[in-house]
Write a protein that binds this ligand. Structure first.
Ligand code: ATP
Length: 236
């Protein structure tokens, strides 16, 4: 039996701006809390009462229930949600059953966590709109950071990346347009952070020691540029 932990009206919550997260383990809970922190209404669902208890009051609404049950999905009006995330990981059967119910009722965007490559393939074949593999994605990201001594690395899509790094001394003082970074290194600078504030970079921007840059471009170019910047910093 599903139990509603906070008063909520499924019809009002199930709008484009709200998200349902099914499975509130480490991944699901941190995703749900991050969405809340950025103003998205979140309905959290988990079969484990203790987990639900823990998040009661921190999400817009929480429900204890087994998401593989079609009546629960109906009862909660999940069909009205534009976006539902299936964050059940280890129980692959429960993950696939829940996901297929959501697709059957016509949820516009189903995001599902996959345990491994074969699981990801099944989800894709079912028609899941976004398959995520948090451990594999994070592993790749950290590998890039470890390799290049980058402050942060995000691969926007395979092959195109953005990194955050401290400005090397060689890039300070002259305006960005004179640095020729696109021609010489194949990278662009999108923004810079100075005194705690991000501002968009433009051709006239002059970097100062201590600035943080947001560098983007093809992944190997960004990696090579970041490695060069790290070498210059260690020399300086
Ligand atoms: P994570 O990898 O995010 O740390 P975990 O290792 O704690 O997760 P998982 O097996 O991935 O555990 O499950 C995530 C959550 O999904 C758990 O809190 C679990 O109770 C919940 N869950 C599992 N099966 C169902 C189900 N059928 N309906 C609803 N929630 C479920």
């Amino acid at each position: 039996m599903a139990r509603f932990r906070s008063p909520f009206d499924p019809a009002s919550l199930g709008s484009a701006s709200s998200v349902a997260v099914i499975g509130l383990g480490r991944f699901g809970a941190s995703l749900a809390l991050e969405l809340m922190a950025h103003g998205t209404e979140v309905l959290g669902i988990d079969s484990d009462e203790t987990v639900v208890q823990e998040l009661n009051g921190r999400l817009t609404a929480v429900v204890t229930g087994d998401a593989t049950r079609p009546d629960l999905i109906e009862q909660l009006g999940l069909a009205e949600f534009d976006r539902v995330v299936v964050a059940i990981g280890n129980d692959v059967t429960a993950n696939i059953l829940t996901t297929s119910q959501l697709l059957r009722v016509g949820v516009k965007e189903v995001w599902a966590k996959a345990l491994d490559e074969r699981h990801a393939l099944i989800l894709q074949q079912l028609g899941v709109h976004h398959v995520v593999r948090p451990e594999a994605d994070m592993g790749r990201r950290v590998a890039h950071m470890v390799r290049g001594a980058l402050e942060d690395f995000i691969e926007i899509e395979p092959g195109y990346a953005a990194v955050r790094l401290e400005v090397p001394a060689e890039l300070t003082a002259v305006p960005l347009r004179e640095l020729g970074l696109q021609v010489k290194h194949g990278v662009g600078i999108g923004a810079l952070k100075r005194d705690g504030t991000w501002i968009l970079a433009n051709p006239e921007s002059r970097f100062e020691p201590g600035d943080t840059l947001l560098v983007h471009g093809l992944t190997p170019k960004v990696e090579a540029f970041a490695a060069l910047a790290a070498r210059q910093r260690s020399r300086g």
